[in-house]
Write a protein that binds this ligand. Structure first.
Ligand SMILES: [Zn+2]
Length: 257
């Protein structure tokens, strides 16, 4: 016999099943990433219709069967509706969901990732932050939460903690000025970029979205992270491709016509 459990989480992904049902992927505090069936959730007027859309965050009451979960009820605290309505940021939001989906596992403690996802979506909706910076912060912190962040606190060759002005993708982190000559792929970076990476990796998730950087530092951060992700994650995210295409169109001015 199964039983009902209540979990707190966010809908990462939705798949239509049959005529009226959905299968959703949930990132939960209690059970990590799980999938659940939502019967009748595509019927007009269903209580689960909006509750089982991507981004919906709240409490889900699930029937735990032998091999699957079924959503019985949901009480949503935040639908993140502004994300879906403003398509400038929608792409970013979907990329964060796909990233979390790729990284998280069932029955794993994913509380930090859930918190990061929630705070990052809130930052996306706020006009106070450059969404490109929000993306870089999310990516680097997600790597840190999963223990895959670059080592930016000491030189990878000699262990020194000062003058960390060089970065090696191959070695995955910082190199000091004295050692840089011996690391062929080391590139010189801005001191502020190194500080920014150190801050993102070490700060509490609740305090992550509290700073701005210059355009120059942001561009460097984006470039470093894109290369780092290509090497250490090596996954091509569909939503990121769409996001980058949309940004190219915007910068080319094609959206104005
Ligand atoms: Zn060194």
């Amino acid at each position: 016999m199964g039983q009902n459990i209540v979990v707190t989480g966010m809908v990462l992904q939705v798949m239509p099943i049959g005529e009226y049902d959905k299968r959703i992927t949930l990132l939960t505090k209690e059970r990590g990433k799980i999938t659940a069936f939502a019967r009748g959730a595509r019927r007009p007027g269903s209580q689960l219709l909006a509750a089982t859309n991507p981004f919906s965050f709240g409490e889900f009451e699930l029937f735990e069967g032998r091999s699957s979960y079924t959503v019985a009820r949901a009480s949503i605290q935040n639908y993140f509706r502004e994300l879906a309505e403003n398509f400038d940021v929608t792409y970013y939001g979907f990329y964060f969901l796909e990233f979390a989906d790729y990284y998280c596992q069932e029955n794993n403690d994913e509380r930090e990732m859930l918190k990061l996802l929630y705070q990052s979506l809130r930052a996306l909706m706020s006009t106070a932050y450059d969404k490109r910076l929000v993306r870089s912060i999310f990516e680097l912190k997600a790597l840190a939460v999963n223990g895959e962040a670059p080592n930016v606190f000491s030189c990878l060759k000699c262990g020194k903690k000062e003058e960390l002005l060089w970065f090696s993708q191959k070695r995955g982190g910082a190199v000091c000025a004295a050692c840089a000559g011996g690391v062929p792929d080391a590139v010189r970076i801005e001191e502020s970029t190194m500080y920014t990476m150190q801050y993102i990796i070490s700060a509490d998730i609740g305090k992550l979205y509290s700073f701005r950087v210059s355009d120059r530092v942001l561009a460097e951060l984006q470039r470093l992270l894109a290369q780092y992700l290509a090497i250490y994650v090596g996954h091509s995210f569909k939503s990121l491709k769409i996001l980058l295409e949309a940004e190219q169109l915007v910068s080319a001015g094609d959206f104005t016509g």
